[in-house]
Write a protein of this length. Structure first.
Length: 282
């Protein structure tokens, strides 16, 4: 009998950013892998920092399908919301294809909804609200498609997760070690209830000391600043336009129109993928 195969797809969250081990990252998926079975698990992490749904569909999914996993995690979407090219129709279409491809092979699919980056960064309301609206749209799509494909779905956008500062790294966008352990624990509990995890649950206790304040500030001043700069080059001009639009609607008392417009776009996106015959992704 071959060992359980677990393949993780996604972006920096699944890559493990915020949970450093040696010269690299570990993260929730690696922590979860050890508890999927009593015997050793074949774990492959295909997640790449900065990835969007397009990269997951076009690059990570073909590589993941070749491994014929028993369990496949697909946690993605935040980077899509941080781009001027954000299109909820495209996000829904890509995720639908990815989910269909892995479940079509018989894999158990793991998904998660995530908090919006604007609230995590503590941005002003006029800047945070457009990002929150985008992330809610992505989460609605993930919820609906997770249900369609009977995925093991983790509600990771809950208030207690967002507000517990101890769970997050210095950049406030990625979990620290404790946060990654909590994600692994929550996924493990869901999988155990579905009889898909038979190994021991990951330990909730951190293995390494929490980074000092000076170390966190140094990270923000170096790698963190570069991370923000790369995204601002693409997003900032549009985000400023979105913020201006937000303020105009608030001044007129018509902010509800923005929410209605976003909800209508999600409904249309889901309606479109529900009638599209899925092509083979290989």
């Amino acid at each position: 009998m071959r060992p359980v195969r677990f393949v993780a797809l996604g972006d920096s969250l699944t890559e493990g950013v915020g949970d450093p081990v040696g010269d690299g990252w570990r993260g929730w998926a690696a922590l979860l892998a050890g508890g999927l079975a009593e015997d050793p698990v074949e774990f492959t992490n295909l997640a790449v920092s900065g990835a969007q749904t397009r990269e997951v569909l076009e690059l990570q999914t073909p590589a993941g399908l070749e491994l014929q996993p028993d369990i496949a995690s697909v946690v993605i979407g935040v980077n899509d919301t941080l781009r001027c090219t954000f299109d909820i129709h495209a996000v829904a279409e890509r995720l639908d294809k990815v989910y269909a491809a892995f479940t079509g092979q018989g894999a158990t699919l793991l998904t998660a909804c995530l908090p919006d980056p604007g609230s995590m960064l503590g941005l002003p309301g006029s800047l945070a609200r457009p990002l929150a609206r985008r992330q809610r749209a992505v989460n609605r799509v993930v919820h609906a498609l997770s249900d369609r494909y009977s995925a093991v779905h983790l509600h990771a956008a809950e208030a207690d997760w967002i507000t517990d500062r101890a769970m997050w790294s210095a950049d406030r966008l990625h979990p620290g070690e404790q946060g990654h352990r909590q994600l692994a624990l929550r996924f493990h509990a869901l999988l155990a209830r579905a009889d898909r995890a038979t190994g021991p649950a990951p330990s909730p206790e951190p293995e390494f000391p929490v980074p000092t304040t000076s170390a966190s500030l140094l990270w923000l001043a170096t790698a963190g600043t570069a991370w923000v700069a790369r995204r601002c080059t693409d997003l900032l001009p549009q985000l400023l336009r979105l913020a201006a639009d937000e303020m105009r609607h608030r001044a007129r008392g018509t902010s509800a129109r923005l929410d209605m417009r976003a909800a209508a776009a999600v409904s249309a996106a889901l309606a479109a993928v529900s009638v599209v015959e899925q092509p083979d992704v290989a």
